[in-house]
Design a protein around this ligand. Structure first.
Ligand code: ISE
Length: 324
C-alpha cells in the first residue's frame, strides 16, 4: 500500500514530536511538510523536509493527504474545519476547539462531509497501561468499578498558565480517559481546591454509578506523574510505578520520574499516530480513537468544571443533544 503524506501544523513541543514520530517511527506515512509561523522552528522540526509559514497552504498542498494539527489551541477549530473542507483526515491535538459552539461546528461539518475525518488527540487511549486497565475492567472478573482514583502531577505550571487551565489543559485528559475506561458519562462534579489553590481535587459522579476522583497538581516539583487506580468490587487495578528504571544503592531503591509528559506517553503518541495512519490506509478510523464528539464532550465538560471551581458547589453535568 502507498505511503500517506502527512502535513504537521505547529512546530512547538508537541508539533516537533509529532513530526519526528511521522518521519521516523510511524510506518505507511511520510512527513510531507511542516507549517509554523516561525520558519526556523518549522525547519528544526521538518527532518529536512518542506516547510511553510501558512497552515492553510499546507492543508491545500496536494502532497499533504492528511493533516496533524498541533498549533495553539485557539487555532484548532479553523484548521480542522479547513481540513474537513479539503476532504482530508485530520488528527487534532487536544482540545479539539476552545468552546462547545466551536466543537459543534466541527461535528456538524464532519457530518455534512458524510464520513469520519476527525480524530481528537487524546493520546492516553493508546497508552498500554490504560489499555490494560480497560481490558481488565471490561472483563468484569473483578466486578464493577466503585472508584477510579487518578493523580495528574506536573513539575511546574508554565508562566502563562491560568487557574482554569488546570482544567482545560490538564484535567481534560482525565475527563476523556475516565469516561472511555468506564464506558459511561458523568452526571455531576464537586471541586475542592486545596487551601493553597494547587493541587485541586475533583470528584465526578457517573451515570454508571462509579466515582472518579482526580488530583491535579500543577506544581508537584518532583517530576511528571500520572497514575490511576480502579477500586473494584473484588480487587483493585493500579498502574505500576511510572518510572522506567530503578536504581538500588546504599540500602535504598530509587525510581526516576520524567520531567514532562513526552517521555511518559511516548509509546501512546506513537501508537496513536500509527493507528491514525493505519485507519486512513484501511479506510476505517481506529475504533478507540477519540472522535469529534468525544472532543466536544471534553471541552463542554471542562467549561462546566471551571464554573464549578468558582462556586465550590456540586453541579450536575450536561451535554448538548448529539446530532444524528
Ligand atoms: C499538557 O498540555 C498535556 O497535554 C499533558 O499531557 C498534561 O499532562 C499536562 O498537564 C498539560 O499541561
Amino acid at each position: 500500500m502507498r505511503s500517506i503524506g502527512v502535513g504537521v501544523i505547529g512546530a512547538g513541543v508537541m508539533g516537533a514530536e509529532h513530526a519526528r514520530l511521522i518521519a521516523c517511527e510511524v510506518s505507511g506515512a511520510h512527513l510531507a511538510a511542516v507549517a509554523d509561523a516561525d520558519l526556523a522552528r518549522a525547519e528544526a522540526a521538518a527532518q529536512g523536509g518542506r516547510t511553510m509559514a501558512d497552515p492553510e497552504a499546507l492543508i491545500a498542498d496536494p502532497a499533504v493527504e492528511a493533516v496533524l494539527v498541533a498549533s495553539p489551541d485557539a487555532t484548532h477549530q479553523r484548521l480542522v474545519l479547513a481540513a474537513i473542507a479539503a476532504g482530508k483526515p485530520v488528527l487534532c491535538e487536544k482540545p479539539l476547539a476552545v468552546s462547545t459552539d466551536e466543537c459543534l461546528e466541527i461535528v456538524a461539518a464532519e457530518a455534512r462531509a458524510g464520513r469520519r475525518l476527525v480524530q481528537t488527540g487524546f493520546n492516553r487511549r493508546f497508552d498500554p497501561a490504560y489499555r490494560e486497565m480497560k481490558a481488565i475492567m471490561d472483563d468484569e472478573a473483578l466486578g464493577g468499578v466503585r472508584i477510579l482514583h487518578c493523580q495528574h502531577r506536573n513539575v511546574a505550571a508554565p508562566a502563562w498558565f491560568t487557574g482554569a487551565m488546570a482544567v482545560t489543559n490538564s484535567l481534560v485528559h482525565e475527563i476523556d480517559i475516565c469516561r472511555w475506561l468506564l464506558s459511561t458519562e458523568y452526571s455531576a462534579v464537586t471541586v475542592i481546591p486545596s487551601p493553597a489553590g494547587d493541587p485541586v481535587l475533583f470528584v465526578f459522579e457517573t451515570e454508571a454509578g462509579s466515582l472518579v476522583s482526580v488530583e491535579v497538581f500543577m506544581n508537584a516539583a518532583y517530576g511528571y506523574h500520572v497514575h490511576a487506580e480502579a477500586v473494584c468490587v473484588k480487587g483493585t487495578i493500579a498502574m505500576a510505578h511510572p518510572a522506567p528504571i530503578r536504581i538500588r544503592r546504599d540500602g535504598a531503591q530509587e525510581g526516576r520520574f520524567p520531567e514532562n509528559w513526552i517521555p511518559r506517553f511516548r509509546d501512546a503518541y506513537r501508537i496513536q499516530n500509527q493507528a491514525w495512519v493505519d485507519g486512513i490506509r484501511a479506510g476505517t478510523p481506529p475504533a478507540d480513537g477519540s472522535t469529534a464528539w468525544d472532543g466536544l464532550v471534553a471541552t463542554c465538560l471542562a467549561d462546566q468544571v471551571v464554573a464549578a471551581m468558582a462556586t465550590r458547589q456540586r453541579i450536575p453535568l450536561t451535554l448538548p443533544p448529539r446530532p444524528c
